[in-house]
Design a protein around this ligand. Structure first.
Ligand SMILES: NC(=O)c1ccc[n+]([C@@H]2O[C@H](COP(=O)([O-])OP(=O)(O)OC[C@H]3O[C@@H](n4cnc5c(N)ncnc54)[C@H](OP(=O)(O)O)[C@@H]3O)[C@@H](O)[C@H]2O)c1
Length: 258
């Protein structure tokens, strides 16, 4: 199979790249820091980079069998104080990067294939001071569900995989905004520290990548998967209880202290 993986240079994407390589597939990684023997340098916030990368792929290979949109990053801070540039950039990478990769890959998937978008449980669980990351992943998840229907008769299976917290460089790479004002006081730092202190309790990247790998290898994909037992349980609560209750409870435990 010809497999395109975005963000295969670190964390979840790197583990999945190794797993698919071991299965004997041809892997093309798209990332900013990729070695040229392993893929194509590409900043996913740049539409031209994406176009060029897929043009090169189309010239080398007759088809793409699997597109794994994995690249992404996080951002934290008070929504009021996040710059327009930072707000646009996270959507450029997490959402538009995914969209443009799909638009450029589909002409190379004429006979069918799979498109997997790595979303997050943050697509449905709201978190304070993580607004833009949650919104970008909600956009990815809804977009995936809609696309699933559009491509139903085209033999292209589309699925969103939503992992809970995984031990990768994600926290280190998250854009952290600690700027505050009288409205938030110390809440931004306190809420951020509260979530980050649980770093050791996160799923290992080996566990998460095994689960994702198993899903991708399934013959028939469901539209959405959640990775992590705790998050599957929380998802049931999220569906049962009113949103108001869920928001109140999350804010109590994750909202930070003034
Ligand atoms: N870790 C978690 O707790 C967690 C939970 C749920 C969902 N996720 C999602 O899982 C995916 C993988 O994250 P991870 O945990 O493996 O994080 P990571 O270790 O920080 O890896 C992120 C990957 O994305 C690539 N990337 C970031 N910005 C890019 C850009 N502008 N252009 C091209 N590539 C870019 C990076 O490659 P370069 O730096 O080489 O460009 C890197 O390979 C992300 O979509 C993330 O949102 C993570």
């Amino acid at each position: 199979m010809n497999i395109v993986i975005t963000g295969g240079t670190s964390g979840l994407g790197k583990e999945l790249t190794l797993k698919f390589k071991n299965q004997g597939h041809n892997i093309i990684v798209l990332a900013r820091s990729v070695d040229e023997k392993d893929g194509i340098k590409c900043d996913l916030s740049n539409e031209n980079d994406i176009k060029k990368a897929f043009k090169e792929i189309g010239e080398k290979f007759d088809k793409i069998d699997l597109l794994l949109n994995n690249a992404g990053y996080g951002i934290s801070g008070a929504t009021e104080l996040i710059s327009a540039l930072e707000a646009r950039r996270i959507f450029d990478v997490n959402f538009f990067g995914t969209l443009f990769c799909i638009q450029n890959a589909l002409p190379l998937m004429r006979k069918g294939g799979k498109i997997i978008n790595i979303s997050s449980v943050c697509a449905f669980f709201p978190l304070p001071f993580r607004t833009l990351y949650c919104a970008s992943k909600s956009a990815v998840s809804m977009f995936t569900n809609c696309l699933n229907m559009e491509l139903k008769n085209a033999n292209v299976q589309v699925s969103a995989i939503c992992p809970g917290d995984i031990k990768t460089s994600f926290t280190k790479n998250r854009v952290k905004n600690f700027e505050t004002n009288e409205r938030y006081g110390n809440r931004i730092k306190s809420a951020t520290d509260n979530i980050d202190k649980n770093e050791s309790k996160r799923m290992s990247v080996q566990y998460a990548s095994c689960k994702v790998f198993k899903i991708i290898n399934k013959k028939k994909l469901k539209p959405q998967y959640i990775i992590g037992k705790k998050y599957k349980f929380l998802y049931i609560l999220y569906k049962i209880f009113p949103l108001n209750w869920f928001i109140k409870a999350t804010n109590k435990f994750k909202g930070g202290k003034y």
